[in-house]
Design a protein around this ligand. Sequence first.
Ligand code: HGY
Ligand code: MN
Ligand code: MN
Length: 590
Amino acid sequence: MLSLATLNTAATAREFAALLDGVYEHSPWIAEAAWARRPLASLAALKHALATVVREAPVEAQLGLIRAHPELAGKAMVSSRLTTESTGEQNRAGLTDCSPEEFDTLQRLNAAYNGKFGFPFILAVRGPRSIGLSRREIIETFTRRLDNTPAFERAECLRQIHRIAEIRLNDKFGVVPLQGRQAWDCAELLARHSDVHGEGGDAVLTVTYLTDAHQACQVQLLRWMQDCGFDETRVDAVGNVVGIYHGSDTHAPRLLTGSHYDTVRNAGPYDGRLGIFVPLIAVRELHLAGRRLKHGIELVAFAEEEGQRYAATFLGSSALTGSFTPAWLDQVDADGIGLREAMRAARLPATIEAIAAEQRDPTRYLGFVEVHIEQGPVLNELDLPLGIVTSINGSRRFVGEVIGTASHAGTTPMDRRHDAALAVAELALVVERAARREPDRVGTVGMLNVPNGSINVVPGRCQFSLDLRAPTDAARDALADEVTGALQRIADARGLRWRLTETMRASAAPSAPAWQARWEAAVQSLGLPLHRLPSGAGHDAMKLHDVMPQAMLFVRGGNSGISHNPLESVTDDDAQLAFDAFRQLLEGLA
Ligand code: HGY
Ligand code: MN
Ligand code: MN
């Protein structure tokens, strides 16, 4: 087995590269350049050093690296001219057992991809879990990526090459990201529960508050907490799943951690949930070792963060901070089912008293930490597995409707219309322009709907949503004022009426310095450089921020960090590093 000691003592760059032979296909220049970055503190540091050499190399060298790779199931495989590593990887993915149709499809895709981009399609066929992608997944990914831009594909091919190198390095070092795989597998298992399933029975992952799928997740999480050795486990009055692992000092304040298990519609399996699995597995490791840290650990799987079924965002964490809004209980979902009724059907008390009793006494806690996928491209572009969150953007959400006059699309002259949809379209462009004007401000019209619309009727009504965010509350509110002012102006100019309801307002939440420092120390202990970044996404941590110190750790996402999308992806190695950082943070508390 290769070791860091051996690598760090390599006398020359050539010797160093020889030790890493085969990691980057036919490209020793990468390892030779990384030699200068010794001593390498960890395997993660070595991987990052190699990736940094490539990221900082000229485009021509990057293209040369991509072109040094064989096509998938291509001519090189057919004529057995693949390297040992590629042969093994393509065999393991079953690319040597293609059906004639699959083989033809791959040849066609190879030709189209090469023709469009001028380099071969690269995919780490052993996949994010290192167990290998199926031929169906490979062909689906190949087909999807054919539609990307050349710049995106060059970056994605390099990312895939680093993933191939990572898995090859793990093999050379005899390293298995065990806890990372456990977290990955938990995500796969929990994702089987969904409100929605596609034709083929595949889950179109959607788990909204208190549906059958949501309750199945609750049962699964409770069982996992029990199996992992938590001393106390329960489902609380709003459906949060709570596990407490006692510390050696039962009077010492506890660490609070966790994230949400509800999802948006057609979601990915890691948003929120990774922040439940990492602490879950960390407690399992403590339990298996018979260890007690001084401070207890309270893990909360929050039942409702996304505000999908009811406009009650952060409902789960609000119960803990005493900011549950009683009026939420009177809300009705799209099917006319009230929140109070849904709670009762889920065998929850559905009373203000029971919910109020969930409020935590902040003095009983050290603080709140949350592990979460970045849900953006930054860590991906820096080839960094982990990032330190400096602040969570403040946000405001609205639902609204413009009311005009439905009329005949054929007979109503253009200057006589009261078209509600055009007003919302105009407003959406105002949102885009206003948000673009300031850094780190974002504005989204995520829902836009003409109720009972018809192809030949001028829209008389148009419903819409607004999601406005900024690094500070002042910037957030300035954006909201500009947008609502524009709505009035647009409606007046078009002779329309409108209504707008604010459904959520969350303050910007800067990380507590002492807790941000704990995450930084943990990440540095893994031999990784620190990258600090704000969170554009909202998280339960911004609710806990109201009552106790909090800080978050971000984990790189695959597919350029896409999220709120089934393409959301995390590797077992990155999940492992998140686990390692969390464990380091725990050890630092002791
Ligand atoms: O929308 C958000 O920021 C988060 O996913 N709830
Ligand atoms: Mn989300
Ligand atoms: Mn989330």
